[in-house]
Every structure is written in C-alpha cells, then in structure tokens.
Design a protein around this ligand. Structure first.
Ligand code: HEC
Ligand code: HEC
Length: 216
C-alpha cells in the first residue's frame, strides 16, 4: 500500500490522505465563535490581523484562513502535537464545539495584510523564486505547488501564507527546520524547511508577507 502510494507521486499522495477532514468534525458557528474569541483578541487583535514582531513573538493573522486549518491547529495545540507556551493555554480553554466555532469565526473575517514585506532586492527576487517557481537545484518545490495559486491557500489542508506576517512565517520555517514543529502531515513542510538556508527563509518570508492574502 505504501509503495503503491509513493509510486503514484505527490498529487495522489496528497489527495489520498489529506483531503478529508477528521471524522465527525463539528460544523462551527461564527456568531458563537465571536463570543468564544473574547480572550483571543489580546494577541490576535479584534480584526484577526495579529502582529508582526521581528525579534519578538509574532502573533499570526487568523482572519481569512480556512476553518479546517485553524481547527486542526487548535486541536494540535491541545493534544501537544504543536507546541507553543504562549498559545497552548488558550487552546486548552476551548472544548471541541468552541474550536469549531472560533475557527468558523476567524475564517469569515476579511483577510488583512502582512507586515515585514517591504524588503529590497536581492532578497525579494530570491523569495519570489522560491514561492512561485521553487529551486530545483536545491530540491525545493515551489510553495505555490501546495499552498495554491498566489499562495493564498488550497483546500483546508494548505493554509494561505501570502500576506501572513514575515516574522511568523520565518519562525515557523525555522521551527520545522529545527524539528520543533512537526504537526504537518507526512513531514511535507519539514522536508522543505530542512533544505532552506537561513537566507532562503528570510527571503521567502519577506516576499510572501508583501503579497495580497486574497484576491480583491
Ligand atoms: C497571549 C497571546 C495569545 C492569545 C491570547 C491567543 N493566541 Fe493564538 N497564538 C499566539 C501565538 C504566539 C501563536 C503562534 C505560535 C507559534 O509560533 O507556533 C498563536 C497561534 C495560533 C493559531 C495557529 C495559527 C496558524 O496560522 O497556524 C491559532 C489557530 C490560534 N493561535 C488561535 C487562537 C485562539 C482561537 C485564541 C483564543 C481562544 C488565541 N489564539 C489566543 C498567541 C496567542
Ligand atoms: C508539499 C506541499 C507543501 C509545499 C511545497 C510547501 N508547503 Fe508549507 N505547508 C504545507 C502543509 C500541509 C502545511 C500545514 C501544516 C499543518 O497542518 O500544520 C503547511 C504550512 C505552512 C506554514 C504554516 C502556516 C501557518 O499559518 O502556520 C508555512 C509558514 C509554510 N507552510 C510555508 C511554506 C513555504 C515558504 C513554502 C515554500 C518554500 C512551502 N510552505 C511549501 C505543505 C507544503
């Protein structure tokens, strides 16, 4: 079975295991989610825009990310599959119903712009290359081959990363590279991050942060 899947290539591999949500996932209610999100605004802000904090702790933008992706992250924090000392207590406060509700709430907020995208060449050019075309010499697949056209997200599995804060993107890539984040299905992100230099990480994070998070 495993060999057969591998032989079929990336597309089938992704389609097979990842498309379906967890069995029995609850349908969220955005209005209830807004109430449950009362404690979240201290960091993620009332509009879900978060904060870019180079050198500090960046709070990701949640507005406009897919509900399925958001709910998975909250479950992963609760179950210790994704670790972050700041975020974990807030995920632990939510029951299954509230996870679905806050995910529904943030997913329908209009996506806001990312911070940290205003960088010069040649960082910009390298970032764009990695994000849109990849670098076959370094075995790095383009980000958009999974994260969707314009890196604005594809299905519930691949989150939008265009317009996410540069410092947050950088932290996540670094965490994958160092083996500190490993809640991605089938090590898809770990495998890529480990092939990226620190310079590559800075470049792609900055370029993505400057891109529109959603089409007008
Ligand atoms: C004290 C600040 C703080 C509060 C309050 C907070 N968060 Fe977070 N949140 C963070 C930080 C920091 C991260 C990034 C963690 C990391 O780097 O892995 C995060 C990450 C997340 C993520 C993952 C986003 C992604 O793109 O993968 C979700 C979802 C999330 N928070 C939802 C919530 C919800 C819902 C609440 C309220 C119930 C909440 N947060 C309250 C700081 C906070
Ligand atoms: C083979 C598919 C694949 C490719 C190619 C890929 N990603 Fe990902 N990426 C994923 C998956 C799947 C997730 C969600 C992981 C999870 O569920 O926690 C993800 C998540 C992320 C996140 C976390 C977003 C958040 O909100 O926390 C960042 C940042 C990211 N990817 C950046 C990149 C960058 C930059 C590239 C290109 C250099 C890239 N990815 C290429 C599959 C991919």
């Amino acid at each position: 079975m495993i060999r057969k899947r591998m032989a079929c290539g990336l597309g089938v591999l992704l389609g097979a295991g990842l498309a379906a949500g967890p069995a029995g996932a609850l349908e969220g209610d955005a209005a209830r989610g807004k109430e449950a999100a009362a404690t979240c605004v201290a960091c993620h802000q009332a509009d879900g825009s978060g904060r870019n904090a180079p050198g500090g702790e960046s709070w990701p933008r949640l507005a406009g990310l897919s509900a399925e992706y958001l709910a998975k992250q909250l479950r992963d924090f609760r179950q210790g599959r994704r670790q972050n000392a700041t975020m974990e207590p807030f995920a632990n406060m939510l029951d299954d119903r509230q996870v679905a509700d806050v995910a529904a709430y943030y997913s329908q907020l209009p996506a806001t712009e990312g911070g940290g995208g205003d960088v010069g060449e040649p960082l910009r050019a390298r970032g764009e290359q990695l994000a849109r075309r990849g670098d076959w010499d370094a075995y790095i697949v383009s980000c958009q081959s999974c994260h969707g056209p314009r890196n604005q997200g594809a299905s519930g599995t691949f989150p939008g990363i265009a317009g996410q804060h540069a410092a947050y993107i950088r932290n996540q890539l670094q965490a994958w590279k160092d083996g500190e984040r490993d809640n991605d299905p089938q090590d898809l992100m770990g495998a890529i991050a480990r092939r990226m230099s620190d310079e590559d990480i800075r470049a792609v994070a900055a370029w993505l942060a400057g891109q529109p998070p959603a089409d007008e």
